[in-house]
Design a protein around this ligand. Structure first.
Ligand SMILES: [Zn+2]
Length: 434
């Protein structure tokens, strides 16, 4: 176990302390800011978070602590990225170029690209290679300030491919990030079931889910409900079977077409309804009256060059608990940068910087049912903390595409520290002097 750690003199300590439950409405913009704040961590947990003088006094009373001066910078909870598909084998660069040149989904698929190429890659991957790729992805997440990451299966689809993915995710859990695993067998209808999708749904419900549950390989089940994927009735059947087995539920809802999946999420008590680009004001009202988190994924809209982002303002005005996540995947959102997602949310969805930070931390934690452990800086929660190279939290979305994470701390231990830029001029000068 690491030594007790005190971070003092945060110019802005973003605590996100507050009442239980996800942030909604005006509360979404309340970051629980403390000027000149400090955090004390011990045995991986937060012991105190508050004004520097109070926390320092407490730290001195308790013997030896490692001290770290934030020098007036922003200190905040680690990001909770509550929607990713991070174990995918390899990037889809041909798709990317084809789409830039104007090819559509069908043309890309005909050229051997699209989601089927990821299915092929994952089915054919040696488990150790898939694990190496997933580990690299997780390290990128850590560099960008994510400390808890949800990760889905869904590129294997068959028994071997799905189990291989979930076993890889279990192997990397806690190394160093917490992984929340989700079974997404219902990502896409596999080629061998194109004509008999209901048989595939039955097989997942009767064979795969009980097995995954027995082996404790995933706590969540998710379904992609949209045109060309699973119908609302198939989604209902799949999620009802999952709930009966004790899985928590998530739904890919209202991404390209309006299917009614957001309402299904509420009806079944899902932890989250994700995407929601096509959600209407009635969906917003229904989500606003529910405990289902509305998880928005602007990265895929941006990468695909589309212009219809989820109606964040309507959702917030209706009281929905909005979360933000990367949707990290090789086809539509190849980024694990939560800071970039915040920039997109502010610019394109008109969320305020404070709302975006709440959505990416405490509300993300609610979307993966871990808010009792992560998402805010409060005594008893995990010591998952970021030091940001900024003196004002608004700089995080403002400097888009710039990673300002100076340090990522997971369970009270530093897991990432930003490297210094090497001063080549000075080196050359030194060489000249010799
Ligand atoms: Zn997704």
């Amino acid at each position: 176990m690491s030594e007790p750690l005190l971070i003092r003199h945060a110019g802005q300590l973003v605590t996100l302390r507050g009442p239980e439950g996800p942030r909604r409405g005006a509360a979404l913009g309340d970051l629980g800011l403390i000027q000149d704040g400090a955090v004390l961590m011990r045995d991986g947990l937060i012991e105190a978070a508050g004004p520097s003088n109070e926390v320092e006094t407490l730290a001195r009373e308790t013997g030896h602590v490692v001290e770290l001066d934030a020098e007036g910078r922003v200190v905040m909870p680690g990001f909770v990225d509550s929607h990713t598909h991070l174990a995918f084998g390899r990037p889809r660069l041909v798709d990317y170029e084809m789409r830039i040149r104007g090819a559509d989904y069908h043309q890309i698929a005909e050229a051997g690209g699209g989601i089927l190429s990821s299915v092929k890659a994952v089915r054919g991957a040696a488990p150790e290679d898939l694990e190496t790729q997933a580990r690299r992805a997780v390290h990128q997440c850590a560099r960008h300030g994510t400390t808890t990451v949800e990760a889905k299966s869904g590129y294997g689809l068959d028994e071997n491919g799905e189990l291989k993915t979930l076993v890889v995710l279990a192997a990397i859990d806690g190394q160093p990030l917490d992984i929340v695993s989700t079974y997404l067998g219902a990502h896409f209808i596999p080629p061998e079931y194109q004509k008999t999708p209901d048989v595939y749904v039955d097989w997942m419900c009767q064979e795969m889910m009980p097995r995954i549950k027995r082996q404790k390989l995933a706590g969540f089940a998710d379904v992609y409900c949209d045109r060309g994927a699973f119908t609302l009735e198939q989604a209902r059947r799949y999620l009802s079977a999952a709930a009966a087995l004790g899985f928590e539920l998530k739904i890919h809802a209202e991404q390209f077409t309006h299917s009614g999946a957001a309402r299904l999420a509420v009806e079944l008590g899902a932890a989250s309804a994700d995407h929601l680009e096509q959600a209407d004001s009635e969906d917003a009202a229904i989500l606003g009256r529910s405990s289902t988190v509305a998880t928005l994924l602007p990265g895929s809209v941006f990468h695909l060059g589309l212009d219809r982002y989820a109606p964040a303002r309507t959702l917030i005005e209706n009281g929905a608990a909005v979360a933000l996540a990367t949707d990290f995947n090789p086809g539509t959102s190849p980024t694990c940068s939560m800071p970039m997602v915040l920039s997109l949310a502010c610019t394109f969805m008109r969320m305020s910087p404070a709302e975006a930070i709440s959505a990416a931390t405490i509300n993300g934690a609610h979307a993966v049912r871990r808010a009792h452990r992560v998402g805010s800086l409060e005594p008893g929660k995990q010591g998952d903390v970021l030091v940001i190279n900024a003196t004002d939290y608004r700089e995080i979305p403002y400097h888009f595409g710039v990673n300002q994470v100076a340090m990522t701390i997971k369970r009270g231990a530093v897991i990432y520290q930003q490297g210094e830029v090497v001063n080549h001029t000075a080196k050359e000068n030194a060489a000249d002097a010799r």
